[in-house]
Design a binder for this molecule. Structure first.
Ligand SMILES: [Zn+2]
Ligand SMILES: [Zn+2]
Length: 152
């Protein structure tokens, strides 16, 4: 029961005008670019084909637009790690590992420790499947912290 969370580029309609109205500089390369049908995604960077501009994931994490997304995801997850329920040093993880794919279904809140573990596990053999399973489970119960006042 593999779930494909990646939003394919075919989902976007290039017959529509770009959401920035043709001025990506004016929108400050904010979230609009990450949803734009003219943006191509490649290994953590985004390239605007209309205007020939690229944005790397690193630059993106410094943008105000990203902080808005990040905050919204943390609020949704109750400001707790969805795996352990911890609330310290929270990160937002891209489930499909594509840092340009910010659809809410692709984002989850993890604490620094669980986040590091997830990434370590992903590098191991069979890790992707294990991580996907864990994420599917926490999803189903709607996040660790909210549903269970757990003791572990
Ligand atoms: Zn955690
Ligand atoms: Zn991550």
């Amino acid at each position: 029961m593999a779930v494909d969370l990646q939003l394919s580029l075919d989902a976007f309609d290039r017959t529509l005008p770009p959401p920035c109205g043709g001025r990506p500089d004016r929108n400050g390369f904010l979230r609009l670019c990450y949803r734009c049908p003219f943006a191509t995604r490649d290994r953590g960077s985004l390239f605007c084909e209309e205007f020939g501009i690229s944005i790397t994931a690193r630059e993106k994490y410094a943008l105000r637009g990203w902080r808005v997304v990040r905050d919204a995801i943390m609020d949704r997850d109750g400001r707790c790690c969805v795996i352990c329920g911890g609330s310290e040093s929270l990160h937002v993880h891209h489930i499909d590992l594509d840092p340009t794919n910010d659809v809410p279904e692709n984002l989850i809140t993890l604490c620094g420790i669980c986040h590091a573990r997830v990434h370590t596990d992903l590098r191991r053999e069979g890790g992707a499947a294990r991580v996907a399973k864990v994420i599917a489970v926490v999803r189903q119960r709607g996040g660790a912290a909210r549903s269970t006042p757990s003791s572990r």
